[in-house]
Design a protein around this ligand. Sequence first.
Ligand SMILES: O=P(O)(O)OC[C@H]1O[C@H](OP(=O)(O)OP(=O)(O)O)[C@H](O)[C@@H]1O
Ligand code: HPA
Length: 186
Amino acid sequence: MDVKENNEELVREVLFTEKQVNQAADRCAEWLGGIIKTQRGVLVFYMLEGCRTFAQMLEKRLLRAGIEKELIPIRTSSYQETTQSSEVVNIEDDHIQKDQIKGKTVVLIDDILDTGGTMSSLRKRMLEYGAAKVQICVLIERDIERDVNIKADMAGLKTQRKEYLAGVGLDYKGLLRELPYIAAIE
Ligand SMILES: O=P(O)(O)OC[C@H]1O[C@H](OP(=O)(O)OP(=O)(O)O)[C@H](O)[C@@H]1O
Ligand code: HPA
């Protein structure tokens, strides 16, 4: 794919290379595999759209380690085509059997933990459905002070950078999700 087709002219700086992203996915898959193997009936959810790529990376690694686990998608959206989080997080979870969640450990997977709005809404929702415990795993966590009290239990990568990020599923105004590395955009 040429640079133009990939919109790479929008990239200001590569923050994490493809190799670093793969190593981060290795660490997250190992963490997730540990939870799945040691706790019964763990439910694993991942957030569409951004986390599709990271979820596939995890699934591939779990399979390689001999762990077959369904990762269940939930569509969430708060940024739409902007770079600002809205106060309201839409969670589409009609397809999920809520009574299955009661008493279970739930793992929530996402590509990025930024303001924490998305994760805290989802965690609240899972606890309302009766989850015994909610664990959070993200590919990248912004290591910043946030209004919402939330932290990843496992973050493959961390950054204190403030710029909007793109790549490995993360989009910039609907673009750049396909980049194999994580870049600073603005
Ligand atoms: O910590 P936060 O500030 O809530 O941001 C994190 C969320 O924002 C992005 O999703 P978005 O709402 O843009 O939808 P998308 O996954 O379809 O890109 C990203 O994929 C996370 O789910
Ligand atoms: O920096 C970001 N990039 C892409 N999507 C996001 N969602 C929250 N923060 C970001």
